[in-house]
Each structure stands twice: as structure tokens, then as C-alpha cells.
Design a protein around this ligand. Structure first.
Ligand code: FAD
Length: 467
């Protein structure tokens, strides 16, 4: 057809992984085509993930902080929320970023092809743009098709009162009683927003703790705080049925107290994400997709077909934007003939809840399970002047060290800005820093970053008296 094009490198999907790979490959001199089914670039992260959630979380933070300032002698009137304006503002943040990507693509002469791409052979993708079909032939390809929310068979997903993270971010209304199914990062971030806006929130989590990937002691301060604000946090509990009634969504749950039936105005399903690997007809190119939809890759991000790479959510856990970006750079550089492979030691994780929870590298739970010889340094923020100045004392910084080398191999942090703080530990792990390095580096006072310094000193035993 008239729209048929050839690319040296074609990238399928324009999320953080895809646009990074496309831009890097173009910067390295390749003729790049970027295929995207949605009208705006940026994927889940920019459109319905990382960015809109953080825009709303900022408003949530200001609302709750304004309430709590009364204890410091500063009182505000009850915040009035104009939902439409809040939505518009969130959209404006998203549009600024996605629009910026369009400009960046243009500047690099990356050709954006709109439509749904599927493989028809090892060097060919067919693109369907609302029934109008064209083809992109390619020398090399990067699959960056991302993931989508998991749905559950026993929940009526066609009922508008059942929402996923995308629906929650649309902020259609503020339900009086909201059930959040899944106590992972995404569910808890959305819970933080709706709680601040006035919903009575209930969390249901199948495992014995919320944020199951992080250590229990690191999650505890978050659990304690939201337990005081939310209606209920039900761990070791599973939802077995959701029935749509006129009065609301009738939810059956099974937990330690047996079977409970309760009615909610909305149910947010946040039980995980499913990779889009099976949807791109990768088999036509000879690329293997496992039964869950993941595409296996080697350390150069190559699939079993050497000229086809895959990156981001579609290749596996953790499904995080910064992992996708890193993999995108690796794939593009290998495609351009550079000697590069994925050699990051660690990938940090952050829940942007209130307080934030972050962790990186080896957790204490994992160290114990694997019989690793480790030591730890724990610094409670109740002894941090900066934390107390913020009116917050529940935080904790925990560093995990290899017992023999005393190198830092992991960390868990909970407290305001824990997500920013974890970056220092990620760098320390990448650089092979040990307890003395972290303990002897002068940190600015008074900052929350000092808690990393102090936790290292706790491990070394050079701080014995906390105050
Ligand atoms: P995606 O971002 O999923 O992008 C894939 C793109 O490919 C999409 O644009 C899609 O339309 C397109 N596509 C798919 N198939 C086709 C096809 N056949 N043809 C054409 N186009 C196609 N991660 C963080 O690191 N930090 C956070 O704070 C964070 N918050 C999140 C909050 C929410 C509510 C959600 C849902 C996710 C969040 N994530 C966060 C996860 C993050 O969004 C993903 O890890 C990241 O977007 C993955 O990037 P990707 O490039 O692999 O794919």
C-alpha cells in the first residue's frame, strides 16, 4: 500500500521502553519507525500510570497535610475539591509530557506510525489503523508492547462501578465506599488518592501483608497509618464473588474471620498486570511467547530470533518504567552494533503512598529464605530531627550488608520521600560501597538522607545511643 515503509529499526509500542529505544537508535544513526496504537505517545506510564497517579497523589498529600497541620497550630478550612479542575490539571501534566515526546520524535526524524501492529513474518509488521492497513518492513525490531490490567472471571467487568487503575485515574466521582482489590503498589497508591478525597477505603489482599515484595517491618509504618485512616485492611483475604445490585456491588470475601459479604459503591481491581506478548502475533516472526504472555530475552534483550529484541513489561518483572527505559537503551545500542548488555545489579521499587515505601536489592526476608549471611543497620526516623520537623516520626531506614565484605546489598526505607532516598543506596550497591563508605560520607544536616548515613553507622556500631 501507499503507506508502506521500511525501517532499519522498528519499535512496537511507545511506552517508556519503546520511546527510549527509538530515540537512542535514532541518535546512533538508525532509520527508526515507532508504531503506536494509541493517539498519544508515552504508553501506560505517561498516559495512565506513573505520571497521572503522581499528579493526583500530590493533591492527596496537600489535602492530608493541610488537615494535619492543625496539630502544629496552623488550621485551614476544609479543602474544597473541584473534581473537573483536578482532572484537567492531571490531564495537562500528561499532555505536556506526551506532547513533548512528539517533538522529540520529530527532532530525531523518528517516524511515528499510528495503528495496531502485528507480525506477519520475521521482517514484517502489519499495521491496522482503524481498518486502514499498511506494512513496516524492518532489519531489526524492538518489541515494547507493555502490559494491561489483569481482569478476574468472577467480577462483572462491564459494570461501570468496577474499575481498573485506568478507570480510577479518570476520577469520575468520589465513591462513598471503595473496595480496593489488591494491596500492591498500584492499589495502595489509588487508595491514597481516594482516601484523601473522602472515600471510605477497604483494602483486600490475598497475602499476609500489603506490598508483599517488601519486608514486613518496612511496610508496617504504612500499614499502621492507613489502618487509622481507612475503613479496613483485610490481609489473608480473597474476594470470591462480586454481584452487581441496585444498592451497589455485593462483594463476598473469605478471610481469617470466615466468609463476609459487604456492599461497596465501587470496586477497584488492582491484582496485577498481564504482558501483551501474545497479542502481537510474535509467533509469525518465530518469537516465542510463554503461556503468561511474556517474551524471554537474553542479557542483550534479544529474543530467540537474533534481530528481534524485547524490552519492558512484556519481558517480565519488575514491571517498572525505569527498568523498561534501561532495557530500551541496551536494546537500541546492541541493535546499533555496540557491545552492551543488561548489567544493572539492582532495580529499585517505590510505592508512592503516604508514607512512601521503597526497597532495593536483597530484602531481609529474601536473605533469610536463601540462607545468606547478612547483617543490618536500622535507623528509626523518630531520632531524625528533620523527620520530626515534618511532623512525622514513623519512618525507618534499613540497610542490609553482606556479613563478610560489609558491602551494602539491599535496603528498605519507609517515610516521606523514601522513593527519592532509595536512589543513593542503588548507587552505593552499583559502586560496591561498604558500611564505612556510607557511614563516612558526610550527608547534609538536617535531611532525611542522613538516615542512610546513620543506618550504616548503626551497623558499624559507631552509634549506640540514638538521641
Ligand atoms: P507500556 O508503557 O505498557 O507501553 C506499551 C505501549 O505499546 C502502549 O502505548 C501501547 O498502546 C502500545 N502497544 C501495545 N501493543 C501494541 C500493538 N500491537 N501495536 C501498537 N502499539 C501497541 N512504574 C514506575 O516505574 N513508577 C511508577 O510510579 C508507576 N506507576 C504506575 C501506576 C499505574 C496506575 C500503572 C498502571 C503502572 C505504573 N507503573 C509505574 C508501571 C509502568 O507504567 C510500566 O512499567 C511501564 O509503562 C512499562 O513500559 P513499557 O514501555 O514496557 O510499556
Amino acid at each position: 500500500g501507499a503507506g508502506d515503509v521500511h525501517a532499519e529499526v522498528v519499535v512496537l509500542g511507545s511506552g517508556p521502553g519503546g520511546y527510549t529505544a527509538a530515540f537512542r537508535a535514532a541518535d546512533l544513526g538508525k532509520k527508526v519507525v515507532l508504531i503506536e496504537k494509541d493517539s498519544s505517545l508515552g504508553g501506560v506510564c505517561l498516559n495512565v500510570g506513573c505520571i497521572p497517579s503522581k499528579a493526583l497523589l500530590h493533591s492527596a498529600k496537600v489535602i492530608t497535610e493541610a488537615e494535619e497541620m492543625a496539630e502544629h497550630g496552623v488550621s485551614f478550612a476544609k479543602p474544597e475539591v473541584d473534581l473537573e479542575k483536578l482532572r484537567d490539571w492531571k490531564e495537562s501534566v500528561v499532555n505536556q509530557l506526551t506532547g513533548g515526546l512528539g517533538g522529540l520524535a520529530k527532532a530525531r526524524k523518528v517516524q511515528v506510525v499510528n495503528g495496531y501492529g502485528t507480525f506477519t513474518g520475521p521482517n514484517m509488521i502489519e499495521v491496522d489503523n482503524d481498518g486502514e492497513k499498511s506494512t513496516v518492513s524492518f532489519d531489526q525490531c524492538v518489541i515494547a508492547a507493555g502490559s494491561e490490567p489483569v481482569t478476574l472471571p468472577f467480577i462483572p467487568h462491564d459494570d461501570p462501578r468496577v474499575i481498573d487503575s485506568t478507570g480510577a485515574l479518570e476520577l469520575e466521582d468520589v465513591p462513598e465506599r471503595l473496595l480496593v482489590l489488591g494491596g500492591g503498589i498500584i492499589g495502595l497508591e489509588m487508595a491514597t488518592v481516594y482516601d484523601a478525597l473522602g472515600s471510605k477505603v477497604t483494602i483486600v489482599e490475598f497475602m499476609d501483608q500489603i506490598i508483599p515484595g517488601a519486608d514486613k517491618d518496612v511496610v508496617k509504618p504504612l500499614h499502621k497509618r492507613i489502618e487509622g485512616r481507612y475503613e479496613a485492611i483485610l490481609t489473608k483475604t480473597k474476594v470470591t464473588a462480586v454481584k452487581a445490585t441496585n444498592a451497589g456491588l455485593e462483594v463476598t470475601m473469605e478471610g481469617p474471620k470466615g466468609e463476609v459479604v459487604d456492599t461497596f459503591d465501587k470496586v477497584l481491581v488492582a491484582v496485577g498486570r498481564r504482558p501483551n506478548g501474545a497479542k502481537v502475533n510474535a509467533a509469525a516472526a518465530g518469537v516465542a511467547v510463554d503461556e503468561r504472555g511474556f517474551i524471554a530475552v537474553d542479557s542483550q534483550q534479544r529474543t530467540g530470533v537474533p534481530h528481534i529484541f524485547a524490552i519492558g513489561d512484556v519481558v517480565g518483572q519488575p514491571m517498572l518504567a525505569h527498568k523498561a527505559v534501561h532495557e530500551g537503551k541496551v536494546a537500541a545500542e546492541v541493535a546499533a552494533g555496540h557491545k552492551r548488555h543488561f548489567d544493572a545489579r539492582v532495580i529499585p521499587s517505590v510505592a508512592y503512598t503516604d508514607p512512601e515505601v521503597s526497597w532495593v536489592g536483597v530484602t531481609e526476608t529474601q536473605a533469610k529464605a536463601e540462607g545468606m549471611k547478612v547483617g543490618k543497620g536500622v535507623f528509626p526516623w523518630a531520632a531524625s530531627g528533620r523527620s520530626l520537623s515534618l511532623g512525622r516520626s514513623e519512618g525507618l531506614t534499613k540497610l542490609i550488608f553482606d556479613e563478610e565484605s560489609e558491602r551494602v546489598i539491599g535496603a528498605g526505607i519507609v517515610g516521606p520521600n523514601a522513593g527519592d532516598l532509595i536512589a543513593e543506596v542503588a548507587l552505593a550497591i552499583e559502586m560496591g560501597a561498604d558500611a564505612v563508605d556510607l557511614g563516612h560520607t558526610i550527608h547534609p544536616h538536617p535531611t532525611l538522607s542522613e538516615t542512610i548515613n546513620f543506618a550504616a553507622e548503626m551497623f558499624e556500631g559507631t552509634i549506640t545511643d540514638l538521641m
